[in-house]
Design a protein around this ligand. Structure first.
Ligand code: AQP
Length: 344
């Protein structure tokens, strides 16, 4: 018997972040800042995706510390835990269960196209874990377990959301309920704002990333005012003044990156930022960017420090989120199992 878990008219957001070290400006501008705005409009579920984190080797002590840090960062950045659901992925076992079911829907050929696996596995593909290969299947399960309709992410995750749509479509054609309706709606990526792919401060062609060995390549949410200032002042640029049009920035990736960061931090389109800085050099622009970055990030890092003093309180918050998430996930998974023909 299928429960009525269909919510095709009901919007719902799901997004996640890995507890794999310090969050950086890319995570903030590409994901969290948009989550904070969207949660006001659409019921939202946010997860610290530790099952994704272990697809590459993790030190258990650091993983635990990062889980607390990332939770604190998300709350400090403005996720309202009374409005949105915030929980740790591994605490809701239905994620892993649905991922297995989707492993039996997803085709190897689809996974072979995933560029993130190719980048992360590199030349050592034979030694990569099966989990890293199946990462996008777990991500599809994360989203579809809640029948989420909108998934706010950075540009790097677009291909994985397309795969989640493919899995949902395949499932819908394979398994129909009595009224022949599609079981899953197809989730839409929400890639928003002027900084959907924040680039490294050392190389404008490389994504800002937690795993970059150079700390100078990224601004961490926990960086001090001095660290932010030093990193921006040392950020790679070019000797030309800032141009009038975005087109003229296409051959200047480092300049484009800094202007995109400024625009995202000030919540304005890049054209507006260019109006402000046309003809000016980086010696004028960079201090303004430092000021804006410090103004945005300092309150987040101070609040994070306060929250991290009491990890028991964070445990409580995650526990509440876990229960709320499970209450949505369980009936949906039960319906999935009925459609498959499982007795449950
Ligand atoms: N540079 C970025 N610009 C914009 N958005 C970004 N995101 C990550 N990097 C950028 C977005 O942040 C969210 C959470 O990312 P994640 O922690 O799940 O994983 P990630 O993409 O693997 O992050 P990193 O920093 O790049 O980690 P490593 O170094 O381990 O690969 C996602 O919405 C992502 O799009």
């Amino acid at each position: 018997m299928i429960n009525e878990t269909k919510q095709n008219n009901q919007k719902r957001i799901f997004s996640g972040i890995q507890p794999t070290g310090n969050l950086h400006l890319g995570n903030y501008l590409g994901a969290i800042k948009n989550w904070v705005n969207l949660q006001k409009e659409i019921p939202s579920i946010f997860s610290i995706v530790d099952l994704h984190a272990i697809t590459v080797p993790q030190d258990p002590v650091k993983l635990k510390a990062s889980t607390y840090e990332v939770t604190a960062a998300i709350i400090a950045a403005g996720i309202d835990i009374n409005r949105s659901i915030l929980f740790n992925q591994s605490s809701v076992k239905e994620h892993a269960e649905l991922a297995w079911i989707f492993n039996c829907v997803c085709r190897i050929g689809w996974l072979n196209r995933m560029t993130q696996f190719k980048e992360k596995a590199g030349k050592n593909r034979e030694k990569a874990t099966v989990g890293l290969y199946g990462y996008p299947v777990l991500m599809a399960a994360d989203i579809l377990l809640y029948k989420a309709t909108h998934v706010p992410v950075g540009d790097d995750q677009k291909q994985h959301i397309e795969l989640a749509r493919d899995i949902a479509s395949a499932f819908n054609s394979m398994f129909k309920n009595q009224s022949e309706e599609d079981f899953f709606c197809l989730p839409e990526p929400q890639i928003l704002g002027p900084a959907t792919r924040v680039m490294s401060l050392r190389d404008g062609k490389k994504k800002m990333s937690k795993s970059d060995i150079s700390d100078a390549s990224r601004i961490n949410l926990t960086d001090t005012k001095e660290q932010i200032s030093n990193k921006i002042k040392k950020a790679k640029t070019d000797p030309l003044p800032l141009p009038e049009t975005v087109n003229e920035l296409q051959s200047r990736p480092e300049a484009l990156n800094l202007l995109n960061i400024y625009s995202a931090l000030s919540s304005q389109p890049i054209t507006k930022t260019l109006e402000q800085f046309t003809g000016k050099g980086f010696s004028y622009f960079k201090p303004m960017l430092v000021e804006l970055a410090v103004e945005t990030l300092s309150p987040i890092s101070s609040e994070m420090r306060v929250l991290l003093k009491d990890t028991k309180e964070i445990d409580k918050i995650l526990k509440i989120g876990e229960e709320k998430a499970r209450n949505i996930a369980q009936p949906i998974l039960k319906d999935v199992k009925s459609l498959l023909g499982f007795i449950n």
